[in-house]
Design a protein around this ligand. Structure first.
Ligand code: NAP
Length: 344
């Protein structure tokens, strides 16, 4: 039987790397598209799939290389992960963020319409679209109220994907993804930064870590499981949009406490606001500081998702919960520091 062809943009990022491995395991011919350079190559190396993905240099800023790639590959499925994905950076680079995350998706969908209109398209949409819509669980019918240039750019891409489905009759889906983490997360993201710092601090390799809003509440799942849900979205008789989430919400403070506990350090908090500090309860040493450098100009207070539709239609459910996730990431960091194989 002919192998299915999948094209993954941003394949050297966290989700791209996990999805590449997942699709290779399913017998797909996997084409990985990313900007020139080797940023993120370490993820493919750690997953042991470095030379198994067919690499394509593709920048979402450049229409000609998108159309060339699609005409050459004629993929059956395309997963768009390429993005300026860091919310804080979007406040200082709003135009670049819009060019990649919003107009980039217009370039991609339009090229797809011309070169491979039968291909099934997945767009990595985000829980950040909900912004400040209160604390209730969000589902596919909840209104959007984006609170960052990142979220606004992703809102355009979200609706454009819906529009190509309705107006051009293309198989195009949005996965409205709540936060998903893993040992392959970029170290600029708070969860991995904390996991890596807790591991290094426990080994005496680092003194402390600085973070932003300790009380932001998020719904954190395991990226390895989320890519399975994304694939399932493209295997249905009809295209649609789905939330992927765990339904649990926890604060950054809880993430820090759980990560340090996994590294053998019990923390005690003292002080308020920017003066608050997390100290090692045994030694009294400051291990966590709050810095305004990591505060967003406008933050989303709480995000929690209801993935009932994905459970019912796709048969997808998260298996890894908050009680295990920070520890899983700290164990991976400790393994890296000890030169051992990382469990991914
Ligand atoms: P990631 O690790 O930051 O990966 C993004 C990838 O996109 C990187 O390989 C990056 O390459 C690439 N990229 C950036 N600009 C590009 C451009 N102009 N052209 C082509 N490629 C470009 O993100 P992730 O965590 O895997 O997330 C995957 C997608 O899901 C993203 O679109 C993200 O916004 C979305 N999402 C993620 C989460 C989450 O919790 N992880 C939640 C909701 C939505 P460089 O390394 O060179 O920058």
């Amino acid at each position: 039987m002919k192998k299915k062809k999948a094209l993954i943009t941003g394949y050297r990022g966290q989700d791209g790397a996990y999805l590449s491995r997942f699709l290779l395991g399913k017998g797909y011919e996997v084409y990985g598209a990313d900007r020139a350079g080797d940023s993120g190559q370490w993820r493919l190396r750690e997953l042991g799939i470095e030379r198994k993905v067919k690499e394509i240099a593709l920048d979402l800023l450049e229409p000609t290389n998108i159309i060339d790639a699609l005409e050459k590959i004629k993929p059956d499925e395309i997963y768009n992960f390429a993005a300026q994905s860091f919310v804080l950076v979007s406040f200082s680079q709003p135009v670049l963020t819009a060019e990649v995350n919003a107009v980039g998706v217009a370039r991609l969908l339009e090229a797809l319409r011309k070169a491979a209109p039968k291909a099934r398209f997945f767009q990595a949409s985000t829980a950040e679209l909900f912004g400040s819509t209160g604390s209730a669980q969000k589902n596919e019918t909840t209104d959007f109220y984006p609170k960052s240039p990142y979220a606004v750019s992703k809102l355009y891409a979200h609706w454009l994907t819906v529009n190509y489905r309705q107006a051009q009759h293309m198989y195009a889906c949005n996965g409205i993804l709540f936060n998903h983490e893993s040992p392959l997360r970029g170290e600029e993201f708070v969860t991995r930064k904390i996991a890596a710092s807790a591991a290094r601090i426990s080994k005496g390799l680092q003194q402390k870590v600085a973070v932003g809003n300790l009380d932001a509440l998020r719904d954190w799942g395991y990226a390895k499981e989320y890519v399975e849900g994304m694939w399932l979205m493209l295997q249905q008789p009809r295209p649609d949009d789905y939330i992927l989430a765990t339904g649990e919400t926890h604060s950054v403070r809880e993430w820090i406490e759980a990560s340090f506990a996994a590294a053998g350090i019990k923390l005690e908090w003292k002080g308020k606001g920017l003066a608050e500090k997390g100290r090692d309860a045994r030694t009294g040493k400051v291990r966590v500081e709050v810095s305004k450098d990591f505060y967003r100009p406008a933050d989303v207070k709480e995000l929690v998702g209801d993935a009932a539709k994905a459970r019912k239609v796709l048969g997808w459910a998260p298996r890894t919960r908050f009680r295990d996730l920070p520890a899983l990431m700290v164990q991976a960091e400790l393994a890296r520091l000890e030169g051992k194989k990382v469990n991914l």
